[in-house]
Design a protein around this ligand. Structure first.
Ligand code: SAH
Length: 222
C-alpha cells in the first residue's frame, strides 16, 4: 500500500475526522476507515480551503460543484461493501477524492466526469498519489461507460438523479450494488440497489443533498 507521509501536517485533523465524524457516527468498515485515515484530503481541495479539508461539510471545487462531506464519502463507500476484487463505475469524478478511496479498496475504478477541467485536476492528484488502477472518461455518465458491453459489480453516483438511468441499470452486473442519491433536485434519499434476476431492489439509507447529475438520463441543465 502507498504511504502518503508528506501530509503529516494534517495528521491530527485526519485522526479527528476518523474518530468523531466517521466512527462517532455509523462508519464501521475497517477498510474504509483505514484508507480515509491516510489519504491526504487536502490535496483534493483548492489551496485556500486546505485548512478546512477535514471539516464536516462539503467544499466548493469550482464550476459550481463540491467535494462531498467526508462522512458522506465514507457512508457511500461502506454501502458498496467492497472486498477488493470488484470493478467499480463512478459517475461524477469531481475532485477525485471519492475515486481515490474506491481505487484503494477495489480492483479497478472507471470514473466519468462531465467537466474536463475537473477530470484533469483529479487525474493529476491521483497520479501524484501513485494510484494507477483508475480509468477516466469525460462525458455524460448517465449514459453509462462508453463500451456498452462492460459490466460493473458496483456503481456509485456522486450526483443526484431523479431515477436510476437505464444504461446504468444495464451495466450493473447480476448480484451487483448501485448506490445513488435519488429524488428531487434539492433533496434526495441515499439509496442502495441490489440487482437480482435482472431487477433492481432498492433500500433507503438516509436523506441527503447532492449537486444534480446533468445529462440525458439525469436532470436537464440548471
Ligand atoms: N465525488 C466527488 C463529488 C463531486 S460532485 C467529490 O467528492 O469530489 C458531483 C460531480 O458530478 C460534479 O463534479 C459534476 O460535474 C459531476 N456530474 C454531474 N452530472 C454528470 C454527468 N452526467 N456525468 C458525469 N459527471 C457528472
Amino acid at each position: 500500500m502507498v504511504s502518503f507521509q508528506e501530509s503529516d501536517r494534517f495528521a491530527e485533523q485526519r485522526r479527528q475526522m476518523i474518530e468523531q465524524d466517521l466512527k462517532g457516527r455509523d462508519i464501521t468498515d475497517p477498510r474504509v476507515l483505514e484508507v480515509m485515515g491516510r489519504l491526504p484530503r487536502e490535496w483534493f481541495v483548492k489551496p485556500e480551503y486546505a485548512a478546512q479539508a477535514y471539516a464536516d461539510y462539503p467544499l466548493a471545487i469550482g464550476l459550481g460543484q463540491t467535494i462531498s462531506q467526508p462522512y458522506i464519502v465514507a457512508l457511500m463507500t461502506q454501502c458498496l461493501r467492497l472486498k477488493g476484487d470488484e470493478t467499480v463505475l463512478e459517475i461524477g469524478t469531481g475532485s477525485g477524492y471519492q475515486t481515490a478511496v474506491l481505487a484503494l479498496l477495489c480492483k479497478k475504478v472507471y470514473t466519468i466526469e462531465r467537466f474536463s477541467e475537473l477530470s484533469a485536476r483529479a487525474q493529476a492528484v491521483l497520479a501524484r498519489l501513485g494510484i494507477e488502477n483508475v480509468e477516466f472518461f469525460v462525458g455524460d455518465g448517465s449514459a453509462g461507460w462508453p463500451e456498452e458491453k462492460m459490466r460493473f459489480e458496483r456503481i456509485l453516483l456522486t450526483a443526484a438523479i431523479p431515477s436510476v438511468p437505464k444504461p446504468l441499470e444495464k451495466q450493473l452486473a447480476e448480484g451487483g450494488l448501485l448506490v445513488a442519491p435519488v429524488g428531487e433536485s434539492w433533496t434526495q434519499t441515499l439509496t442502495v440497489y441490489r440487482k437480482e434476476n435482472g431487477i433492481l431492489h432498492p433500500a433507503s439509507v438516509c436523506g441527503c443533498r447532492f449537486v444534480k447529475l446533468i445529462g440525458q438520463y439525469g436532470f436537464s441543465e440548471p
